[in-house]
Ligand binder design. Structure first.
Ligand code: CUA
Length: 205
């Protein structure tokens, strides 16, 4: 402080000696305060208008019994009628069950993913489905599959040695193909995806 004062005394008397705040510093203070206001508004809107809430008890699940009871003991697609489906996907080191989900084009699907062991990720490429899968919690998002095609899904959370092997595919097919596939047994569909997906897993690293 004293060295600074001495130095300043050498300067011609003037505004340098006053305790004024630099205009740029004032502007940065304004920006900081504005950001805090923006964050507070964003949290309020997300929480109360957009419905982003911390998961409650209804979305809890017991990882120890996940594979033996409840919907994840028999993972896969359920037809709820009127083009509405729900899919239960089980994530565990190191695979997804099922490996393939076949849905008809136009299907609106609620996708519920739960883990029986570690933390995993679940992302369906070319959709807005991208979730953390935390043991004990159910992750749910809804997507309408409007275009026929293959939508690979992958684990996006590094979960160990077999992380890159955690993948599968949503096959969006025509109504006719879906009807045909549904009448077949679903046993032969698991093999067909195995050779079409390595490119995706490599990209994940
Ligand atoms: Cu599961 Cu990475």
């Amino acid at each position: 402080m004293s060295a600074d004062t001495l130095e300043r005394e050498q300067e011609p008397a003037g505004e340098h000696l006053t305790m004024g705040i630099d205009p740029w510093e004032k502007n940065w203070m304004r920006v900081s305060i504005l950001l805090l206001v923006v964050f507070a508004v964003a949290i309020t809107v997300a929480g109360f208008a957009a419905g982003f809430q911390l998961p409650g008890e209804e979305s809890e699940v017991d990882p120890r019994t996940l594979t033996t009871e409840g919907p994840w003991a028999d993972p896969g697609l359920r037809d709820l009628g009127n083009g509405h489906y729900e899919a239960y996907v089980l994530a565990q080191a190191w695979s997804f069950a099922p490996r393939e989900l076949v849905v008809p084009v136009g299907a609106e699907a609620d996708i519920y993913v739960a883990s029986s062991d570690l933390q995993h990720g679940f992302k369906i490429t070319d959709t807005n489905i991208n979730m953390q899968i935390v043991p004990g919690q159910v992750s749910k998002l809804t997507f309408t599959f409007d275009e026929i095609g293959e939508y690979p899904y992958i684990c996006t959370e590094y979960c160990g040695q077999g992380h890159a092997a955690m993948f599968g595919t949503v096959q969006v097919v025509s109504e006719a193909d879906f009807a045909a596939a549904s009448s077949d047994s679903s046993t032969d569909s698991t093999d067909s995806t195995a050779d079409s997906t390595p490119a995706t897993t490599e990209a994940q690293g």
